[in-house]
Write a protein that binds this ligand. Structure first.
Ligand SMILES: [Fe+2]
Length: 351
């Protein structure tokens, strides 16, 4: 049933509903490429599959749609040794999001801290250890905040009314060792909730806030981008949004926990003390269950694509050398919960 027609839909926005009515089915077009699952619940790696060649393939759209479905099901997918350019990454990410059913109002995101006239254009975020050392990003290195490595767990740009469906990151400059990235599965964390706790959380929303980017913009001397940031619903100086605590991924139809340490400040409608306890519990489920995580050791020119609706990720700052990559982020639907949707494990047991 289409999200606008069902009485069991919570959240979402009329101007940003998914364009697909039911979860998507994988057609098998990637089966012949060499791949392995990195853990039972999250992560897959392909070797010998070039994203640039997919863009030129005769059955391009079928391949890209299958990549989208695979990313949404496995959470994050790694493609070794890619020759794709940043322009091709933009092209690919836009097609990936459209073929996976993003609303027609959604396109590639422009990060509020991306400088006007930046080197690779508005829609590429340069992920750079040089910038990081100036105190930027979620670890707030110049602020009085936790120094635990796990403080950086987040999903990208959830402070936007219409956040990201997919993100692609290619690392081209990296230290000999260090700089790994970790991802964790929101589907699996949902599956670890007791049924009464899951039902309770399904009735709640949370506020996501990135107001700290205002201070960072001042520090970096770059004005915050107040233009339309990839969706007409994402504009202006306010960097906060209210989203359901449990969210359905339209591509898989699976439920996921959708709060993150980086941006979620408050569960609404309960006391601050209750919100703090619940958020801490949910964040601990992510950071303390390494069997819901995958850790990726990058080689030069490896590329990762992940689904930000149902996964978190965390960088590792354990190196001194330069590490640089390019990231593209597409926007999906305004987050919603379909009470009729299933959990991943429920779906697998039925399948
Ligand atoms: Fe990120």
């Amino acid at each position: 049933m289409h999200p606008t027609e069902s009485p069991n839909i919570r959240g979402g926005h009329d101007q940003a509903r998914p364009s697909i009515k039911t979860p998507l089915a994988y057609s098998g077009s990637l089966d012949s490429f060499n791949h392995k699952d990195l853990t039972p619940v999250i992560g897959r790696e392909y070797t010998g599959l070039q994203i640039a060649q997919v863009l030129d393939a005769k059955d391009r759209d079928r391949l890209i749609k299958d990549i989208a479905i695979t990313v949404s099901q496995r959470g994050v997918v790694f493609f070794r040794d890619q020759d794709v350019t940043h322009l091709q990454m933009k092209d690919f990410c836009e097609r990936l999001s459209i073929l996976a059913g993003c609303p027609s109002s959604s396109s590639l995101h422009i990060h509020p801290l991306t400088e006007e006239g930046s080197e690779l254009g508005d829609q590429i975020s340069v992920i750079s250890s040089v910038k990081q050392k100036k105190g930027g990003g979620l670890t707030h290195q110049l602020s009085d905040t936790s120094r635990f490595a796990s403080v950086g767990w987040h999903a990208d740009i959830t402070f936007e009314k219409v956040p990201s469906d997919y993100a692609m990151l290619k690392i081209h400059t990296l230290p000999e060792t260090g700089g790994d990235t970790l991802w964790a599965s929101g589907y699996e964390i949902y599956d670890r909730l007791s049924p009464p706790m899951a039902v309770f959380l399904e009735g709640l929303t949370a506020t996501h806030d990135a107001s700290f980017f205002h201070d960072e913009a001042v520090r970096l001397g770059t004005p915050l981008r107040e233009i339309i940031r990839g969706s007409p619903l994402n504009h202006g100086s306010s960097l906060n949004a209210v989203h359901p605590v449990i969210r359905t991924n339209p591509v898989t139809g699976w439920k996921s926990v959708f709060v993150n340490k980086g941006f979620t400040k408050r569960i609404n409608g309960i006391t601050k003390d209750e919100s703090d306890v619940l958020l801490n519990y949910l964040f601990n489920l992510v950071t303390q269950n390494h069997d819901a995580q995958v850790r990726f050791r990058w080689n030069k020119n490896d590329l990762a694509i992940w689904d930000n609706r149902s996964n978190w990720h965390c960088a590792t700052y354990d190196y001194d050398e330069t590490r640089v990559g390019d990231r593209v982020c597409s926007l999906g639907e305004a987050p919603y919960l379909d009470l009729d949707s299933k959990s991943r494990r429920e779906w697998l047991s039925l399948a």
